[in-house]
Design a protein around this ligand. Structure first.
Ligand code: DP6
Length: 361
């Protein structure tokens, strides 16, 4: 390669928000392709608060694929990264930057290496779905860099192979991950239900109970649940399919009472199957349980519920208030019951739900 050609670097930066499931994905039927045992529905969060920013670069000067996460180099040898890189490379097309005289032909991508730098603006692996934002952003930015001509649905099936929940971060608003039937996973994709404007009075508050890395990762936790829980099959086959239908309807109608009932019940059932796993998995702690009691009591004392709660694979609460007034009251209550500088001091972030993938450069 001519020396001139060796000098260039082509870069793309993208930002992707995380998503929070209101009907949870828990359990795989195929570990390699990451195929779920049930459909799930999530809400994509506002990217200004909880998001991953990823810059991907390609240059003939790079002699291997490399990645840095929050400034620290990580290995790309794992199957999940390799699957995403392979799938994106296979769909790369010609790229031309006329101003700089750079031309990459489709076939060149096989021999070019990428460098990836990714930052989360929230605690990694503390049950705040960092892998969801991370893999969605990785796939999206690589697809932009390599001029992949696929829609977000197809990209979601690639992001899914990085982390199941990542497929839902390719869209804003409420998103459903359809588990699909095909063995090769081609129909296991994310589909947008309603965009971020549909129900924009909702306010999301994340209460960080603990920002430490969780002890049992979602991946190994759900594997153990599928292998040992007697309840998981009932959940996946009987309970979730009905809830998915009801949840879709509640979202379409902006029916907050039904939305809250389903969201809280599904979070509680997910943690119940974790408890039914051998050995049992405890993602929530005493503070999480106190938050649940506080919200349940408040909802029952009102004519209609004010707040839905949901907890992923960690102790942190995601609280969804019906509107700004309820959100303000909720924050007051949280400050009262969990005072600052006390043992159970919560760090609560208010987050909207206007979320969309963003190219920032
Ligand atoms: C509790 O998507 O992190 O957040 O597919 O193994 O990477 P892998 O798991 P991951 O699991 C998320 C589980 C959850 C529920 C959800 O987001 O639906």
């Amino acid at each position: 390669m001519a020396e001139e050609f060796q000098k260039w670097v082509l870069m793309v930066t993208a930002q992707t928000p995380t998503n929070i499931a209101v009907i949870k994905y828990w359990g795989k039927r195929d570990e390699n392709l990451i195929l779920a045992i049930n459909d799930s529905i999530s809400l994509t969060l506002d990217p200004t608060h909880l998001c991953t920013t990823t810059t991907v670069a390609v240059s003939p000067a790079f002699n291997q694929d490399r990645m840095w996460l929050n400034g620290k180099e990580i290995s790309l040898s794992g199957g999940r990264y390799q699957n995403c890189l392979r799938e994106i490379r296979a769909r790369a097309s010609d790229v031309e930057d006329k101003n700089r005289g750079i031309k990459i032909a489709k076939k060149d991508w096989e021999n070019l290496h990428v460098h990836i730098a990714s930052y989360n603006n929230f605690p990694t692996a503390a049950g705040l779905a960092s892998s969801a934002a991370g893999f969605a952003c990785l796939v999206y930015s690589l697809a932009k860099l390599m001029n992949v001509q696929e829609d977000n649905g197809k990209l979601s099936a690639i992001a899914r192979q990085g982390s199941g929940s990542a497929c839902r971060s390719l869209y804003g608003g409420f998103v459903k991950w359809v588990m699909g039937k095909e063995e090769n996973g081609s129909d296991s994709i994310a589909v947008p239900l309603v965009d971020e404007k549909h129900w924009d009075e909702l306010v999301i508050i994340i209460s960080v109970v603990c920002s430490r890395q969780k002890e049992t990762s979602s991946t190994s936790g759900m594997r153990e649940t599928v292998e040992t829980s007697a309840l998981i099959e009932h959940r996946a086959k009987e309970v979730v399919p009905k809830r998915i239908i009801q949840m879709e309807e509640a979202i379409q109608k902006r029916d907050f009472a039904t939305f809250t009932r389903l969201t809280c019940a599904d979070s509680n059932q997910f943690h119940a199957v974790c408890l039914d796993t051998s050995p049992p998995i405890f993602y929530m702690n005493d503070t999480s349980h106190r938050i649940i009691s506080c919200v349940e009591k408040w909802n029952r004392s009102e004519a209609t519920p004010q707040v839905a709660y949901t907890f992923d694979a960690g102790p942190n609460a995601v609280l969804i208030a019906r509107n700004r007034t309820s959100a303000a009251l909720l924050l007051q209550r949280l400050l009262f019951y969990f005072p600052p500088n006390s043992e159970t001091d919560l760090n609560s972030y208010v987050i909207g739900d206007k979320s969309i993938l963003k190219d920032v450069g």
